[in-house]
Design a protein around this ligand. Structure first.
Ligand code: GNR
Ligand code: NI
Length: 168
């Protein structure tokens, strides 16, 4: 087990489109374990491989109260349906920023597990929001992309200043 470093916006590596996972072997299982440990430690309710600078299609999610319901989704595909719902979102790659984002209320998910076995389920509520947020990361998309340019520019300025003070 190991904690992984999380990239922070506006790091250009967060804009990378992830490639499919094709090899289901021990290093993938280790990455999934390390991502779960990193997510719980943060603490967060989801983490995409992109955020730890691994550009493969793998996300982990756990929206349970007691951190006892982890999902590891490899090569996830989403079908969105239902109404749009607006909820406040945050992101471990955009620290300190919480803004309202509209998402589909419900999703059908197909994916593979860490062994390559197919899985399928439906979700709504926070789980559906979080899985949509994580799948966006795999496309190089961040929740701030949905905000007005005024808000986004303010966030970019604030985070660039944070990054500068980290390095000095
Ligand atoms: O921890 C997280 N909380 C959260 C809250 C509302 C909507 C999405 C999220 S995901 C976020 C962790 C993260 O950045 N995952 O990519
Ligand atoms: Ni995020």
């Amino acid at each position: 087990m190991a904690l992984l470093n999380i990239l922070h916006h506006p790091d250009p590596r967060l804009r990378t489109k992830a490639k499919p996972v094709v090899e289901f072997s021990a290093p993938l299982a280790k990455l999934a374990d390390d991502m779960l440990e990193t997510m719980y430690a943060a603490p967060g309710i989801g983490l995409a491989a992109t955020q730890v600078n691994v550009h493969r299609r793998l996300i982990v999610v756990d929206v349970s109260e007691n951190n006892d319901n982890p999902y590891v989704l490899v090569n996830p595909k989403l079908e969105l349906f239902g109404n749009k719902v607006a909820a406040d979102e945050g992101c471990l790659s955009v620290p300190g920023v919480y803004e309202r984002v509209e998402r589909a209320e419900s999703i059908n998910v197909t994916a593979q597990d860490v062994n390559g076995e197919p899985l399928a389920f439906s979700a709504d509520g926070l789980l559906a929001i979080c899985i949509q947020h994580e799948c966006d990361h795999l496309e190089g998309k961040l929740f701030v992309d949905y905000l007005s340019s005024l808000k986004r520019n303010r966030i970019n300025k604030k985070l660039r200043q944070l990054a500068v003070s980290d390095n000095s």
